[in-house]
Design a binder for this molecule. Structure first.
Ligand code: SF4
Length: 232
C-alpha cells in the first residue's frame, strides 16, 4: 500500500470507523434502504427506512402491503411513487424467483428494478460482506479531488481505481467513511480544506486554498487602495 493510501485509511478509520460499522445490516434491508436513498438526503432515507421496516421488513410483508400504504410509509424519501413500485416489484421477484432471499451475484442484482451499479455494490459489500467499493456521489467526488481517479472517469472506472489503490481488507470502510467525510468536511461546494487533515496530499484542496489566498490578498490590497485614496 502506498503512503498516501495509508494516510487516507488512517484518517478515515480514526474519524469515521465507528459510524461506518453501525450501518451493516441484512441484505434485504440494505437493498431496500439503498433504493430509498436514491436522489434524496441521508436524513430522509433514515426516516423512510425506519417507517417502512417498523411495519414491513421482509419481502413477504412488503408484498402484502397495499400500494397506497407503502407509498405513505416511504413518502419522506421523495419520488415515492416510483420507489414504491420498485420496492414492490423487487420483493415480488425475490419471493418468486429467489425463494425469499436477495440474490448474491452482481448480474442477478442488476436485473432487479431500480438497482444499478451503485446499489448492487452496496448490497454486495454491506449486505453480504463481499469486498467491493460502492461509489456514490461523495465517493466519486472525493476520489477525484484526492487524485485517486481522473475527473473524466465514470463511476465504474472510479471503483476499479479505488480498489487498486486501497488494500482489499480496507474496502468495506471506504464507502461509508467517505460519505460521512463528504458531508462533514469535503463538502460538494465550499469544501473545508483549511481544516482538512488530508490537505497536504490533496491536489484539489491545495488549489482551492491557493485561490482563496489570492482572492483574500486582492481584497486586502483593494481595501488598502481605497483607504489611501480617502486619506489623500
Ligand atoms: S483538502 Fe479539501 S478537497 Fe481535499 S479532501 Fe480535504 S476537504 Fe476535500
Amino acid at each position: 500500500m502506498s503512503e498516501r493510501a495509508r494516510r487516507i485509511i488512517r484518517f478515515l478509520e480514526q474519524r469515521y470507523g465507528p459510524i461506518a460499522h453501525r450501518y451493516r445490516g441484512n441484505p434485504f434491508r440494505v437493498l431496500i434502504s439503498c433504493v430509498l436513498s436514491q436522489r434524496t438526503r441521508e436524513e430522509n432515507t433514515e426516516v423512510a427506512s425506519k417507517a417502512l421496516f417498523a411495519i414491513a421488513g421482509t419481502p413477504q410483508k412488503i408484498s402484502k402491503l397495499p400500494l397506497a400504504r407503502l407509498q405513505k410509509l416511504i413518502k419522506a424519501s421523495g419520488t415515492y411513487r416510483q420507489k414504491a413500485r420498485h420496492i414492490r416489484a423487487i420483493s415480488k421477484i425475490i419471493l418468486e424467483k429467489y425463494g425469499g432471499k436477495v440474490p448474491r451475484t452482481r448480474a442477478e442484482l442488476l436485473t432487479l428494478p431500480g438497482v444499478g451499479w451503485k446499489t448492487s455494490a452496496i448490497v454486495m459489500s454491506y449486505g453480504f460482506g463481499k469486498p467491493i467499493i460502492a461509489v456514490d456521489t461523495h465517493v466519486n467526488r472525493i476520489s477525484k479531488r484526492l487524485g485517486i481517479a481522473d475527473e473524466k472517469d465514470d463511476v465504474e472506472t472510479v471503483r476499479k481505481k479505488l480498489q487498486a489503490f486501497f488494500p482489499r481488507n480496507k474496502w468495506l470502510i471506504i464507502n461509508l467513511a467517505m460519505i460521512s467525510f463528504g458531508r462533514d468536511i469535503c463538502l460538494p461546494r465550499n469544501p473545508r480544506c483549511t481544516i482538512c487533515q488530508l490537505l497536504s496530499i490533496c491536489p484539489f484542496g491545495k488549489k482551492i486554498v491557493l485561490n482563496r489566498q489570492k482572492t483574500d490578498s486582492k481584497a486586502v490590497a483593494a481595501r488598502a487602495r481605497i483607504r489611501s485614496d480617502f486619506v489623500t
